[in-house]
Design a protein around this ligand. Structure first.
Ligand SMILES: NC(=O)c1ccc[n+]([C@@H]2O[C@H](COP(=O)([O-])OP(=O)(O)OC[C@H]3O[C@@H](n4cnc5c(N)ncnc54)[C@H](OP(=O)(O)O)[C@@H]3O)[C@@H](O)[C@H]2O)c1
Length: 226
């Protein structure tokens, strides 16, 4: 079980649809939040909306190798962390260019690993770490090979991290949502999305994530969202 009220959570990707929804729900439950995202303007707007519950905003571009350590330096002690930053790309592997591959791996995976490395000493006992992976970690998908690989690697990292941090009382939840109507697929950094069935409601996905934080769950597979 994790107490939300009065506790301090860092939300990375707070300027995104899922990250923003989780941040709002944490604040509604009484949390204090530090918000990070790439867009300084979106961060300011969200901070204005959430008012006194916002401890700090930290604009950061996660493709820069130093950014995760700078976020960790700025945020102080934490009772939890939500990593909801991410990018997606579509298209066959034969058309995957280096720039796209680098951005996918930097934002979806490497920045998270660097952030965890930097922030571990600041995570208090009984902290909870949410890493937003995706259903493609369970079912790698044609036309999304590099995205699938970035998310599967994130999930693998989370499993090993769980084993390393258990004694510190840190709970790591790997979250693998199915397709969700956040508009992410229309913001792909390469290619265009195939026709997709209607996705999940972002508010409901965020609610499920916060419930897992509160209830002491240890894993949130795609099936948990059906
Ligand atoms: N939507 C889905 O169908 C779905 C399904 C499964 C998993 N997911 C995962 O859920 C997470 C959230 O996605 P979403 O659907 O909420 O999409 P979103 O609204 O586009 O959110 C993406 C977030 O990532 C941030 N970001 C992207 N590139 C960045 C960079 N270089 N540096 C710092 N931040 C960066 C964005 O920041 P700015 O807005 O400030 O640029 C934004 O906060 C992602 O990891 C995604 O892979 C999504």
């Amino acid at each position: 079980m994790t107490t939300i009220s009065g506790n301090h959570f860092l939300v990375i990707g707070a300027t995104g649809v899922l990250g923003g929804a989780v941040a709002r729900q944490l604040v509604t439950a009484g949390a204090r939040v530090t918000l990070s995202g790439r867009s300084a303007e979106k961060l300011v707007n969200l901070a204005e909306e959430l008012g006194d519950a916002v401890v700090k905003t930290i604009p950061a571009d996660l493709t820069h190798p130093g950014a995760p350590a700078e976020i960790a330096d700025a945020c102080g002690d934490l009772d939890g962390l939500v990593y909801a930053a991410g990018v997606v790309a579509f298209g066959p592997v034969s058309e995957l260019d280096d720039e796209t591959l680098d951005e996918l791996l930097l934002v979806n995976l490497m920045a998270y690993i660097r952030l965890i490395r930097a922030v571990l000493p600041q995570l208090q006992r009984d902290s909870v770490v949410i890493q937003v992976s995706a259903v493609v970690a369970e079912s790698p998908t044609a036309g999304m090979a590099a995205y699938s690989a970035s998310k599967a690697a994130l999930s693998a990292f989370g499993k090993a991290l769980t084993l390393e941090t258990r004694r510190q009382g840190i709970r790591v939840i790997d979250v693998r949502p199915p397709h969700t109507e956040t508009g992410l697929v229309d913001r792909a950094i390469a290619g265009s999305a195939p026709r997709l069935p209607q996705g999940k409601d972002p508010e409901a996905v965020a609610e499920r994530i916060v419930a897992a934080m509160v209830d002491g769950e240890k894993d949130l597979p795609a099936s948990a969202f059906s």
